[in-house]
Design a protein around this ligand. Structure first.
Ligand code: PMP
Length: 391
């Protein structure tokens, strides 16, 4: 019965992480997996989160099941974080991190729009296609990244969206596009939302890095503008990176459906969760809820987020300067123009292989570099390696 199982090709990013871990070279540098590391090269424990933990949040009492949709205080805190104040008509459910939010949203939508296709930016996070195909969607791409300019292909995206059938789902990254780091400007967002509105399309926002581009509220701008226009949309949120709680699996799905009966909408989301994993995990959500709902902890967390963002900007500036010195005449402006943890380098497969085998510098096969893996002690090695393989 099980003798013809196909081999699992392994996730390209997680697979590379395993190879990195097994590499004995002391100077190895991991620019593959999307994990934010601090200046010491460590995954940080945020002070705001540590304080909540030390105050005993999540540590007391028996471990009971959470409600299917998550606790009310958590859902309220997340609603305000993502959608701002006065967003009471948005239905938010807790999910198993960002991936779980995408999966619950996909399963829910498949029930409502059984024949709809989903259109994703080209390129996008590889798991997007897997999640939606797994939920039974036809997965298509719209142009996003313009190779010639290293920027956003607004014309390509708009003309592709203009041709879509009403009710088509459109996946969007409101900030820190993964893998390119290229984000639309506000004017470009207006142009995208205009087409979405005119064509009756359904945006599905994936927000995995809120606060890593310009700030918590600034990075939610596209989502909030979509809601302000009265456009129905779904929003998947991940708190893995912005609370540095990767293993706790904390996230949420928000649904803005102005004409829907809210109790029924919540009921359908609960159904999608119940038959998938029944109810979400408790500890991480308790920590996020505690941090967000105390004004002092919330302010402390925002300051920590500002510091993470600032460090990534500094790393980008420093990489830009050092590479400019090592390879004069080449334009590395994209490094400082892009947002968030990722930079699309344009490195070839042979260059990526040489980086790994000769210099122990790990970059995923798309050429995406995680700049949050760089720090003062490894950046010179990485620049020398890059200069060597690029010259
Ligand atoms: N969406 C995007 C764009 C991501 O980059 C990631 C993490 N790599 C996720 C969703 C999922 O994050 P998680 O499930 O760890 O919260």
């Amino acid at each position: 019965m099980f003798d013809q199982l196909p081999a699992y090709a392994d996730d390209p990013i997680l697979g590379l992480f395993e190879v990195y871990k097994a590499d004995p070279r002391p100077f190895k540098v991991n620019l593959g997996i999307g994990i934010y590391c601090d200046e010491a090269g460590q995954v940080p424990v945020l002070e705001s989160v540590r304080a909540a933990r030390e105050a005993g949040v999540g540590a007391r009492g028996p471990s009971v099941y959470l409600p299917t949709e998550g606790g009310e205080a958590y859902r309220d805190a997340v609603r305000e974080l993502v959608f701002g104040k006065n967003a009471d008509d948005i239905v938010v459910v807790q999910t198993v991190a960002g991936t779980g939010a995408l999966k619950v949203g996909a399963d829910f939508l498949k029930g409502v729009l059984p024949d709809a296709a989903i259109w994703m930016p080209d390129p996008t996070w590889a798991n997007h296609a897997a999640i939606f195909a797994g939920a039974g969607f036809r997965v298509e791409n719209y142009p996003y990244y313009a190779k010639e300019t290293g920027g956003f292909d607004l014309d390509g995206a708009v003309s592709a969206l203009q041709k879509l059938q009403a009710g088509s789902v459109v996946l969007l990254h409101p900030c820190c596009h993964n893998p390119t780091g290229v984000d639309p400007t506000q004017a470009e967002w207006h142009a995208l939302l205009d087409v979405i509105e005119q064509r009756g399309l359904l945006p599905f926002f994936d927000v995995a890095y809120q606060g890593f581009a310009h700030g918590v509220d600034e990075d939610a701008w596209a989502v909030r503008e979509c809601v302000r226009r009265g456009i129905a949309c779904l929003v998947a949120s991940s708190f893995s990176k912005i609370f540095s709680l990767y293993g706790e699996r904390v996230g949420a799905l928000g649904v803005h459906a102005p004409k829907a009966d809210k109790a029924r909408l919540l009921g359908q989301l609960k159904l999608a969760i119940r038959r998938s994993y029944s109810c979400p995990p408790a500890l991480g959500a308790a920590l996020v809820e505690a941090v967000l709902s105390s004004p002092a902890s919330n302010a402390q967390w925002r300051a920590e987020l500002d510091a993470m963002r600032g460090r990534m900007r500094e790393v980008r500036t420093s990489l830009h300067r050092k590479l400019g010195e090592a390879l004069p005449g080449r334009d590395f402006g994209f490094l400082v123009a892009q947002n968030g943890m990722f930079s699309y380098s344009g490195l070839s497969a042979a260059q990526i292989e040489a980086l790994r085998s000769r210099f122990g510098v790990y970059v995923v096969s798309s050429g995406r570099i995680c700049v949050a893996g760089l720090n003062a002690s490894n950046i010179s090695h990485v620049c020398e390696a890059l200069a060597e393989v690029c010259s």
